[in-house]
Ligand binder design. Structure first.
Ligand code: NAP
Ligand code: ZN
Length: 347
């Protein structure tokens, strides 16, 4: 066991504070990672405030982890000391069920996917996430960060990157396709960059025009404010694909009206309250409303290689650990440009 400095929420809705946690001894197939950077995902805030239901405290959030391997177990074959690596939203699964075998470990039906934090590992101990200086992870849940990507801008790819890459690929974002991204936050800005790199014509649907200049620089071709009712008239029937990254309940019926016949709206946002929908907005036009949750390990590696190949990292505000509570407030106020990343040396 190793004692490691971390930032934790001691209880639901309590501010995060410095503490120490124990990491398990490096097992046969484990790698010990010196965490350098940890992104702040809105999911961290939902969970630290028990917005999704009862959670485990103290909670060390963080599932956008980038660091350097500092020790490997004797059975490790894929990594060596000094490797640049990442860990995303999961640190274990059964490895044997239909979903694990198909590379969809996030939907493990065997032992269940073990979250990087706010979960209980196979050893019966709570898992603690990336707002800490070291983590021990089975090599199967570790990915390689390509040399072309700096660790700080790579960290957010481990959740925001894969969560947008996976549905954009699955639903065919590419040349000749009109794709809209709702919400220009952490996920949304990655969605814009990735959809643009895939060759799609990209539109941002944001609450206001205040981030328009940024959105266009990130790769969007068009930018509209959803607070303006004219947006919904002008864009009716426009898109092949809409990706919603919004953290709050939305009027999905209104957005389904922006799809072409046969188009799909894929939601990745995870608001704390349910939404209601008039199903006629789906029936009229053979439309699809779908969901998507992160992505598997192999697909996460594919996404990192794709991003490195296209020179894509996240736009980040690097912060000291002591600024995490302030950063949470800014994320809640949609005032993030476009991902806060903790420099873990400051913990
Ligand atoms: P974020 O950085 O806070 O971005 C969310 C964006 O949604 C905001 O920047 C804002 O964009 C827009 N928004 C916020 N409140 C809104 C409202 N009331 N009405 C309309 N738009 C609103 O959050 P994130 O880290 O990208 O995460 C987004 C959501 O995805 C969260 O719920 C998170 O838990 C979830 N998530 C899901 C997965 C998955 O696997 N499915 C993975 C990671 C995160 P504008 O200012 O541009 O309007
Ligand atoms: Zn996340």
């Amino acid at each position: 066991m190793t004692t490691v400095a971390a930032y934790a929420a001691p209880a639901a809705k309590a501010p995060l504070e410095r503490t120490t946690i124990e990491r398990r001894a490096v097992g046969e197939f484990d790698v010990l990672i010196d965490i350098k950077f940890a992104g702040i995902c809105h999911s961290d805030i939902h969970q630290a405030r028990e917005g999704w239901g009862e959670a485990i405290f103290p909670m060390v959030p963080g599932h956008e982890i980038a660091g350097i391997v500092s020790e490997v177990g004797p059975g490790v074959t894929r990594f060596a000391v000094g490797d640049r690596v990442g860990v995303g939203c999961m640190v274990d699964s059964c490895g044997d069920c239909e979903n694990c075998r198909a590379g969809r470990e996030q939907f493990c039906t065997g032992s269940g996917m073990v979250g990087t934090y706010n979960a209980v590992g196979k050893d019966g101990e709570p898992t603690y996430g990336g707002y800490s200086q070291k983590i021990v992870v089975d090599e199967k849940y570790v990915v390689r960060i390509p040399d072309g990507l700096s660790l700080d801008v790579a960290a957010p790819l481990l959740c925001a990157g894969i969560t947008t890459y996976s549905p954009l690929k699955h639903w065919g974002a590419g040349p000749g396709k009109k794709v809209a991204v709702i919400g220009l936050g952490g996920l949304g800005h990655m969605g814009v960059k990735i959809a643009h790199a895939l060759g799609a014509e990209v539109t941002v649907l944001s609450q206001s025009l205040r981030k328009k200049e940024d959105g266009l620089k990130l790769g969007a071709d068009h930018y509209y404010a959803t607070s303006d009712p004219k947006t919904f008239e002008e864009l009716a029937g426009t898109f092949d694909l809409i990706l919603s990254t919004v953290s709050a309940p939305l009027d999905f019926g209104a957005y389904l009206g922006l799809l072409k016949t046969g188009g799909a709206l894929v939601n990745v946002g995870a608001p704390e309250e349910p939404v209601s929908l008039n199903l006629f907005s789906l029936i009229g036009g053979n439309k699809t409303l779908a969901g998507s949750m992160i992505g598997g390990i192999a697909e996460t590696q594919e996404m990192l290689d794709f991003c490195a190949g296209h020179g894509i990292g996240a736009e980040i505000e690097l912060i000291a650990a002591a600024e995490v509570n302030e950063a949470y407030e800014r994320v809640l106020a949609s005032d993030v440009r476009y991902r806060f990343v903790i420099d873990t040396a400051t913990i």
